[in-house]
Ligand binder design. Structure first.
Ligand code: DHB
Ligand code: FE
Length: 280
């Protein structure tokens, strides 16, 4: 039986990837950010997931205005790191898990969610920076990854409620996969940040901290927060946080928070990172 054993959320700021790739992680500005992931790196070495179901958003890298799937599941065997303007990050090829990905696609689509099936895709910082934060700089990523891209770039984004329910459908899909796999689900992006317009630089620490508490304690209620509240209170890119609700929906209500980290700022973003172990 495949099992979702844990959930991880983390910001995916591209400058974090550049700090790793350029050897700057011990510099004064960056050290406090990376210190927040020391527990996580040890934790994941012990957990040894076989597959990560990695919920992230593409930033007009592989998907742009020509094609805007609300939810896209990567079913390929390999996903190369994208060239985001300075060349592809020097990180390993992302290896997919086609068997589980196709199973999730058929289960979730038959469970009334419309997914776009993607068989060829470059993956940008939304996916590679969380892998680097959790695994450091290995020669090969130590597990398989199913990229699951959510549109939070082109209006309209999916609602928090829909994301939360989708997480539950993903859970049902993984639970019904006939294969002995230790699966983690990750939600990336956030926390509060706005990269554009007159409010560029917006960060809202009280709102973020309340979000972290509610994600753990009352996700059913948190899922009802409308998209306008994210944009108003957490900034135009704060809407990335709806992806954390997909992760949360896939876990049990009483999943245990084993790590929480919050740091302001990294680049333009309030960095948030939590780890939940699922109850069985
Ligand atoms: C930044 C954060 C993001 O989530 C992103 O996709 C791009 C940039 C930033 O803080 O600079
Ligand atoms: Fe982003």
């Amino acid at each position: 039986m495949a099992r979702i054993t844990a959930g991880v959320t983390t910001s995916h700021v591209p400058a974090i990837g550049a700090a790793i790739d350029l050897g700057k992680t011990r510099e004064d500005y960056w050290r406090p950010v990376f210190d927040g992931y020391e527990f996580s790196k040890k934790w994941i070495r012990k957990q040894k997931p076989d597959v990560i179901f990695l919920v992230y958003n593409d930033h007009a890298t592989a998907l742009d205005l020509r094609l805007v799937p609300t939810f896209a599941i990567g079913c390929a065997a390999e996903f190369p790191p994208a060239d985001e303007g300075w060349g592809p990050r020097p990180v390993p090829m992302v290896k997919g898990c086609p068997d589980l990905a196709w199973h999730v696609a058929q289960s979730v689509i038959q469970d009334d969610f419309d997914l776009t099936i993607v068989n060829e895709m470059f993956v940008d910082h939304g996916l590679t920076v969380p892998l680097s934060l959790m695994f450091g700089e290995p020669r090969e990523w130590p597990c398989l990854v199913i990229p699951f891209a959510v549109n939070v770039v082109v209006y309209p984004p999916p609602s928090g409620q829909r994301c939360y329910k989708l997480g539950k459908a993903i859970r049902r899909a993984v639970d019904s996969f006939d294969g002995d796999l230790n699966v983690q689900i990750w939600g990336t992006g956030g926390m509060s940040h706005q990269l554009q317009g007159p409010r560029a630089g917006l960060i809202n620490q009280p709102w973020d901290k309340r979000f972290l508490d509610r994600l753990r304690d009352e996700p059913d209620e948190l899922a009802k927060v409308p998209h306008l509240e994210y944009v108003r209170d957490a900034g135009s890119e704060g809407i990335e946080l709806v992806m954390w609700l997909i992760m949360r929906g896939a876990l049990n209500a009483d999943a245990k928070e084993v790590h929480r980290f919050y740091h302001v700022p990294a680049s333009n973003t309030a960095v948030g990172h939590v780890i939940y172990e699922n109850t069985v």
